[in-house]
Structures are given as structure tokens and as C-alpha cells.
Design a protein around this ligand. Structure first.
Ligand code: SAH
Length: 244
């Protein structure tokens, strides 16, 4: 029997930010292949005989290399009806869900994407930072702060960051100083607002709000996962928190 692989996201952390569609396939799953950022409580929803396989991937730290994850999904779909590939946030936002889908499609395995709630939008929002706001940002972009050293970090074209928009950096905490310096270099004011949100939507969430000039000192040691949000919308937080 050849099964189907559901490529889905578990949301950013808070259990209740899991979609109903993802929850349905998790409850039906014979096998779940999951990443490090998945809230462990979600796995308790699986059938008691469901095989849950941890492939522990966060940022660049892989337990199983991507090609082995691909072949694992392939092998499990050969033997089981419902295979769920569960990732943090949304499976295709820096989650390599597209690569896994391509591999499965090219090997004749049926798959389906189920969208998840991405941390890029949900984490700032639950910290009272709406990512767009009339008069404060014309657009938003989600950027990876991590690029393989072999490719060179300079791959990001900083000149394109001049627009007054909201920028969300995922996997960027270890590059925080460089990111801020680059943004100042292309002309953003030193007092431009930035926030780092660590373990967003979880009970131990930490939020640090500062400026391009001083966020590094304040936030560099926050626990991961953490994202960086740059832009005028960051100033909304203190208004929404009732802090001023
Ligand atoms: N597919 C995921 C992102 C994968 S990249 C999604 O859609 O959310 C992993 C990065 O996401 C982390 O390095 C961090 O920058 C961010 N991230 C994920 N969960 C987070 C959380 N709960 N709080 C803060 N950042 C988070």
C-alpha cells in the first residue's frame, strides 16, 4: 500500500496556533516526522501506535541530513497510509517543505501541503507588534538571517532594504550585530526601532525593544528560537501594552 505525505506546520509554539486541518491529519497519522520547533504537546494528539520520528532540525543544525529526511518520508509512505511531516510554523517558510514536496512528487508519492501559522507574522503579533500598520509600513518582508558561510553572508543585497518597510529576520540572532550595522550603513537612522522576540507565543516568551544602535547588547543572549523585527511598527508595542 502506498500512502500519502501531509507536509504541514505546527504553528509557532502555542498549541492553539495549530490549524484544525493539521490537527486532523496528526490524529490520523501512522507516522509523524517532526522537527525541533514543534511543540511536544501536539504529538500527544497522535494515535497511541503512531510512530513519531524526531529529525531535529533548527536553523543549520540537522540531526538527519535533508536527503535522508526525503528518503525517510519516501520509505514511510511505501508502508503506511498517513504520513505527516510536521515542522515549526509553516512548512514552506524557510522550512524546506517545497524541497520535500518536489522529492516526493518526482518519486511518485502523493503529498498535500497544509499551511501552518508562520512565526514571522504570529510571533510579532502576539507580542503586540502588528507587522503592517497604516502610516508606518508600506510592506513587509521575511528574510533569512542565516546563509551558509560557503555562500557568504554578503548574498543579501542590503541596498534593497532601504524602503521604509517592516523586515522580519528569521534565524538571525547570531547575525544581529551584522544586520544592524548593515542597515545603518545603507542609511537607516541609528534610533530606528528593532525588537527581538525570543520563544514567541510560549509561556517563557521574552521581548526586547531597542534601536538599531543598541539592540545587540540587550538581546544577543536571549534564548532561541528568536526573531528580529525591524521597522516603525515596533513602536506600536508600547502603545498597545498600555506602557505610555
Ligand atoms: N517555518 C518556520 C520558520 C523556520 S526558520 C515558520 O514558519 O515559523 C526557524 C526560525 O523561525 C527561528 O530561527 C526563529 O527565527 C523563528 N522562530 C520560529 N519559532 C519561533 C518562536 N516561537 N519565537 C521566535 N522565533 C521563532
Amino acid at each position: 500500500m502506498i500512502g500519502k505525505v501531509y507536509l504541514t506546520g505546527a504553528g509557532p509554539g502555542d498549541f492553539e496556533l495549530l490549524t484544525l486541518k493539521a490537527l486532523r491529519v496528526i490524529r490520523e497519522a501512522d507516522v509523524i516526522v517532526y522537527d525541533r520547533l514543534v511543540n511536544p504537546d501536539i504529538l500527544k494528539e497522535a494515535k497511541s501506535d503512531c510512530e513519531c520520528i524526531y529529525v531535529g532540525k533548527e536553523d543549520k543544525h540537522h540531526i538527519l541530513p535533508q536527503n535522508e529526511i526525503n528518503t525517510l518520508l519516501y520509505a514511510k509512505a511505501q508502508k503506511h497510509k498517513v504520513v505527516v511531516r510536521l515542522k515549526g510554523g509553516d512548512a514552506v517558510v524557510f522550512g524546506r517543505g517545497g524541497e520535500e514536496a518536489l522529492f516526493l512528487a518526482s518519486h511518485g508519492i502523493d503529498f498535500e501541503f497544509i499551511p501552518g501559522i508562520t512565526s514571522a507574522i504570529a510571533v510579532p503579533q502576539m507580542a503586540n507588534i502588528p507587522i503592517t500598520h497604516r502610516g508606518k509600513s508600506v510592506s513587509f518582508r521575511v528574510v533569512t538571517g542565516y546563509e551558509a558561510p560557503s555562500k557568504g553572508y554578503a548574498q543579501l543585497n542590503w541596498e534593497t532594504f532601504k524602503q521604509d518597510e517592516t523586515i522580519i529576520f528569521l534565524m538571525g540572532l547570531h547575525q544581529l550585530e551584522n544586520i544592524c550595522k548593515q542597515l545603518i550603513k545603507i542609511g537607516k537612522p541609528k534610533d530606528y526601532p528593532v525588537a527581538v522576540i525570543s520563544r514567541g507565543t510560549l509561556v517563557d516568551e521574552k521581548v526586547m525593544v531597542a534601536t538599531l544602535e543598541n539592540i545587540y547588547e540587550k538581546a544577543k543572549d536571549l534564548p532561541t528560537p528568536a526573531l528580529i523585527i525591524v521597522g516603525k511598527v515596533v513602536t506600536l508595542r508600547e502603545l498597545l501594552q498600555g506602557e505610555i
